[in-house]
Each structure stands twice: as structure tokens, then as C-alpha cells.
Write a protein that binds this ligand. Structure first.
Ligand SMILES: Nc1nc(O)c(N)c(N[C@@H]2O[C@H](COP(=O)(O)O)[C@@H](O)[C@H]2O)n1
Length: 390
């Protein structure tokens, strides 16, 4: 039976886990709090980066001998395997922990089983305290392990009448500076940012994280079905940051693109298999890698793209545009969360945030669950999730 103190400690562990957002991939975010035998907090920790110590190890190190006879609160079931680091279930047992409360079971078949190992060693174990909150905090990683594809957040900014640009195509700036700053936080928490070449040509977005100290730059993924934007050498391709251009399997050979944006010549390489990335032949010059994917009814195959990204360790994707690409993702059932920045602006004409998503009748509408509504600057930010099985 969990007490109010147990709930407080687990809530703190969830807060700690969130500190790892954006820097632990392909690993989960995990937090841990350790109390001594009389219930005082003696150690805290969180998983900071893949390959580094797990949350439990940081917390045990902080607690030292005071962990003996105490309780460990962990947001994810302690691992049971030797991977890049040793098994946490064993470390907790060796430190003399008497009780372990964890929020969410580990779905990773290589690591699961820590609860059983702890019980077999005589440790009292309970599962499920603040499970929903811990699950929400680690949803990208949990989704990616369960489904074998990254967790996808579609983000857009629109007027109150749902338009992302005026009839003449102008769109800067619909949302407030505060909303735009918030998008940098979203990018910093994502492993990859995905944009269509239409948006790239229209807006030439930078897609990098700015204004967040220590942020890891997400992989920039440009969907450029016929490699037209690559040949045009758009700005996003010029920078020495990781960029992947997804083109159709049968698209014309992709030219080399240098850091200066100069395209010169074809790769002359044989057309690679679907899902195979071809590094730029001038990697030092900052050119993009190219991923060839099967065509689908709408552009490229979204499942093939997500499978290829998952293979590269991408656990979370921020889909930034535009409406056609968003429509393809929705049609493919590949959007998990929607974040809309709604500005108190009316246009009355211009493109809608979402283009055709294959929904033709009201009974087919994708109905979402609103999880948060927040004022951001002068805008309203609505966060909604797609119910499982929708
Ligand atoms: N309980 C727990 N705490 C952490 O802090 C973790 N990072 C994990 N991760 C689990 O172990 C796998 C990663 O193992 P390596 O760090 O690569 O050895 C990860 O997939 C999770 O299952 N668990």
C-alpha cells in the first residue's frame, strides 16, 4: 500500500526523469529517488545519456551506505541485463535496498525481469505507483519499443480559423515569439525534425534548436520525393548538421551538395535498396545523407520512413510541416500527438493546417483527447493525443 510519502517520492522521480528529455535516446528517460530506512530522501538521480549510468546507479551513488534498508522509487522497472552498463536490479540488491516501487514495466525484452530478480532476492517490490504520469513522461521511448517506430508529434501554428498562411502564401509570423521559442524546446526534446520539401522551398526553415543551452541538435529529415529541393540546394542542406533527405527509390540520382550549397554532379552510385542510407560522398563538407524509400499513394511510404528512422535510433519525431505531409502521416495512422499553436488572428482564406488525410465523412474523423491547454504569449497551445487504436 503506497503512502503519501511514497507518492511524493515517485512524483519527484518523474520530475528528475524529465531532465533527460532530448539527451538519452535511444534510451528511455528514467528518474530515481532513494530514501533511507526511516523515509528520508538520501539519493536522487536520472539517466543522463545513453551509455552512461542508469538513474538507479546515480541515486545509489548519492545515497552511499544510507541506502541500506531503504526504498528505491524508479519511474521504470529496474533493468535486469548487462548492456552498456550492469544490471540495476543487482545493484539495488547489493546496496541493501529493502523495497522497490517502480511506475512502469520495462517493455524492452532484453532488459525486463528486474522486478522478478529483486523479489527472488527478498526485496519487497510494487509496480504501478503514478504509472500514467510516468508513462506520459517517457511516452516516446515506450511507444518506440512497443511499436517499433518513433513516437510522432505533429506540430503546427495556425490562425484561429485554422490557416497556416495567407492566400498569397505569406505566413511570417502568425504565432507569437513565445510560441516560436516553445517550438525550440520541442525540437530539443526530439530526436528528429521532419519537414516536406514544399515547406522547405516556401519557408526555408532553419529547423535547428536555438536559445536552449546544451541542447542536442535533432536529425533534420527532409522529405523530397523527387529530389527537386536537393538539386535546388536549399538552405537547410547547407549546414554541417546531421541531415537526411528522403527521396523515392526511383528518383533521379541525387547530386552532391556541399556546405556552400553547391550541387555538382550526380552520385553515380547505384540506386540503394529501400531504407538504406547513402552518406554524402563529401561528408566533411556537410552534405546530407540520402535515404531512398518506396513511393506510396501520397508521396513516400510513411511506415518505411519511420522504420528507417527507428533503425537509426530515432525514438521521437517532430513533424513540422506542411499540410500535405501531415495529411500523409495522419492517413498512415502515424501521428501520436498533436500540438497546435492557435493565434488570435483571422485570415479567412489560405491553406489549412491539415490537407487531405483520407477522411471523407464525419464518422471517419480522427477524434483526439486533449491533454493540455496553455496560454503561450498571445496564443493558445492545445496538446492532444490520438487514442490507442484510433
Ligand atoms: N531502469 C532503468 N533505468 C535507467 O536509467 C535506464 N536507462 C533503463 N534502461 C533500460 O535498459 C536499456 C538500456 O540499457 P543500456 O544502458 O544500453 O545498457 C533500455 O533499453 C531500457 O530497457 N532502465
Amino acid at each position: 500500500m503506497a503512502t503519501a510519502a511514497d507518492t511524493d517520492a515517485m512524483r519527484r522521480a518523474i520530475e528528475l526523469a524529465a531532465r533527460g528529455l532530448g539527451s538519452t535516446s535511444p534510451n528511455p528517460v528514467v528518474g530515481c529517488v532513494i530514501t533511507d530506512a526511516s523515509g528520508h530522501v538520501v539519493g536522487e538521480g536520472y539517466h543522463e545519456r545513453a551509455g552512461g549510468p542508469h538513474a538507479e546507479i546515480h541515486a545509489l551513488r548519492a545515497a552511499g551506505v544510507l541506502a541500506r534498508g531503504g526504498t528505491a522509487y524508479v519511474t521504470l522497472e529496474p533493468c535486469n541485463h548487462t548492456g552498456r552498463t550492469g544490471p540495476c536490479a543487482q545493484a539495488l540488491t547489493e546496496a541493501g535496498i529493502a523495497r522497490v516501487l517502480y511506475a512502469v514495466a520495462d517493455p524492452n525484452p532484453q532488459a525486463t525481469g528486474g522486478a522478478d530478480t529483486l523479489r527472488a532476492a527478498g526485496v519487497e517490490v510494487a509496480h504501478g505507483l503514478l504509472e500514467d504520469e510516468a508513462e506520459a513522461g517517457n511516452i516516446a521511448w515506450l511507444t518506440s519499443v512497443r511499436l517499433g517506430r518513433p513516437y510522432v508529434t505533429w506540430k503546427y501554428a495556425a490562425t484561429l480559423d485554422g490557416r497556416i498562411a495567407a492566400a498569397d502564401g505569406t505566413s511570417r509570423w502568425i504565432s507569437s515569439p513565445e510560441s516560436r521559442a516553445d517550438v525550440h524546446r520541442l525540437r530539443a526534446e526530439s530526436d528528429a525534425v521532419v519537414v516536406g520539401s514544399g515547406t522547405m522551398r516556401a519557408d526555408d526553415p532553419h529547423l535547428a534548436v536555438r536559445g536552449i543551452e546544451g541542447a542536442t541538435q535533432p536529425l533534420r529529415v527532409v522529405i523530397d520525393t523527387d529530389a527537386a529541393a536537393v538539386r535546388a540546394g536549399a538552405r537547410v542542406l547547407d549546414e554541417a548538421a546531421p541531415t537526411l533527405v528522403a527521396v523515392a527509390q526511383d528518383a533521379a540520382p541525387v547530386p552532391y551538395v556541399t556546405a556552400a550549397g553547391t550541387a555538382h554532379g550526380d552520385t553515380a552510385a547505384p540506386v540503394p535498396a529501400a531504407g538504406e542510407a547513402v552518406p554524402s560522398p563529401e561528408p566533411d563538407a556537410g552534405g546530407p545523407a540520402v535515404l531512398r524509400l518506396p513511393r506510396a499513394e501520397r508521396g513516400l511510404s510513411v511506415p518505411a520512413l519511420l522504420a528507417a528512422l527507428h533503425e537509426r535510433g530515432v525514438r521521437s519525431v517532430l513533424l513540422e510541416g506542411g499540410p500535405t505531409l501531415a495529411g500523409s502521416f495522419v492517413a498512415a495512422g502515424a501521428v501520436d500527438r498533436v500540438i497546435g499553436y492557435l493565434a488570435p488572428v483571422l485570415l479567412g482564406a489560405g491553406p489549412a493546417a491539415l490537407a487531405d488525410a483520407g477522411i471523407t465523412t464525419i464518422t471517419g474523423a480522427l477524434r483526439l483527447h486533449v491533454t493540455h491547454t496553455d496560454r503561450i504569449g498571445t496564443d493558445l497551445r492545445v496538446t492532444a493525443t490520438v487514442p490507442k487504436g484510433a
